[in-house]
Design a protein around this ligand. Structure first.
Ligand code: ZN
Ligand code: ZN
Length: 390
């Protein structure tokens, strides 16, 4: 976790509202306006060599990065409120001045990562006993995965076993990236902020996760032997997932409560499974309907016939082909398609494909020649040509 939920330890010492010259209840438009005005006035391009304006520009960009984002602003306000109330009592001057004594393992553990601010600041500044707010229940994260199932399973529904791998803090170092038993020190690159301000070209600059500490604000002289300092690990688990009848290729199934576990008694997240459906030897799928190409002979199409066709998962049915059926005509067999959500079924769409024999024996050949003689003179292609031309 490179951002600790996006919360910065230095927010407690930085008044972004003051930086932008707006009140705490300023609307999004007002904040944007103030930012633009200040960014223009202090832009490095229009103030070459003016370090004071460069610095001011950076501050303005940093402030807007937070206040211009609804979610970040909300978190920032929470941190500021908590700080102002004195509930956590961490030292003035912010994070950088209090380098010893706090429990780094807890700081980056699951509980804090997914827990509330009370946890974070309580542990961060060694005042766990004075934490006023109880840990907030937090819903687990949603998890995405994909699965391929057979054509028939998609029609009937199927229970599949899914192996889910998710990011988790490295088990050896609890996500700190440091060799267990060694002591961290404040990152000198970002001075413990966890991020650095970089120019993004033109009028923009933005906060980037500090490359030296990866946003963790602390560095270790010796890297964790398991994760080599990244702090990242993974955990995997198996679950049984019920794929409902009638699922379509590419459909996303939501399995409520099968995502990541919640913390502090919060509910689990959801699992989303992107389903790929394999092909069938003869049947195709068009939404709730099944499709089937039915080869028929010329005489069957011309004279009419009753042909047996298969259904998926049921006995064959008889399809009545009326005399004079053209090639490509589709017949609808009701209720022999895929299951719909409401429990009813789609249809089977059977499409006639008139076959031309590759070879004729002499008897058949005579018959076809007789047919040709009988139908000679019928202008089959007359309308391909314009009137008067040959
Ligand atoms: Zn750093
Ligand atoms: Zn590790």
């Amino acid at each position: 976790m490179s951002t600790n939920d996006g919360i910065r330890a230095d927010w407690t010492t930085k008044d972004f509202y003051q930086v932008l010259g707006v009140s705490k209840d300023a609307g999004a438009d007002e904040i944007k306006k103030a930012y633009r005005k200040l960014a223009r006035a202090n832009h490095p391009d229009s103030n070459p060599g003016d370090q004071a304006k460069h610095d001011r520009f950076k501050q303005v960009a940093e402030a807007y990065d937070v206040l211009g984002d609804v979610e970040k602003r909300k978190k920032y306000d929470e941190v500021r409120t908590a700080y102002a109330s004195g509930g956590f009592g961490f030292p003035q001057g912010g994070f950088g001045s209090g380098s010893g004594g706090f429990d780094v393992g807890d700081m980056f553990g699951d509980r804090v990562r997914q827990g509330g601010l009370g946890d974070m600041f309580g542990d961060l500044f060694g005042n766990r006993g004075r934490t006023t707010a109880p840990p907030r229940p937090q819903r687990g994260a949603d998890v995405e995965t994909s699965a391929t199932i057979g054509f028939t399973d998609a029609i009937d529904g199927v229970t599949i076993s899914l192996r889910l791998t998710s990011d988790a803090p490295c088990p050896t170092c609890s996500g700190t990236g440091g060799k267990p038993g060694t002591k961290p020190h404040i990152c000198t690159e970002c001075e413990g902020a966890g991020f650095v301000v970089v120019s993004a070209g033109g009028a923009f600059s933005m906060n980037e996760t500090c490359p030296a500490c990866g946003g963790r604000q602390l560095v270790y002289d010796e890297a964790c032997p398991t994760c080599h300092g990244s702090g990242r690990g993974s955990s995997s688990r198996s679950i049984q997932a019920r794929i409902p009848a009638g699922v379509k290729d590419g459909q996303r199934i939501r399995l409520k409560g099968k995502g990541a576990a919640g913390t502090n008694g919060g509910p689990a997240g959801d699992l989303f499974v992107a389903v790929k459906v394999g092909p069938h030897r003869v049947f195709g799928r068009a939404g709730d309907n099944l499709t089937l190409d039915v080869p028929v002979s010329f005489d069957e199409a011309a004279l009419g016939a009753e042909v047996r066709i298969p259904t998926l998962g049921g006995p064959p049915v008889t399809l009545k082909i009326p005399a004079g059926t053209p090639n490509g005509r589709t017949f609808r067999v009701r209720g022999k398609g895929a299951m719909r959500r409401d429990g009813t079924k789609g249809d089977l769409l059977a499409t006639v494909q008139v076959q031309v024999p590759g070879k004729l024996d002499s008897t058949a050949r005579e018959a076809v020649e007789a047919y040709r003689a009988a139908t000679a003179g019928k202008p089959l292609r007359a309308n391909l040509f314009e009137e008067g031309s040959a």
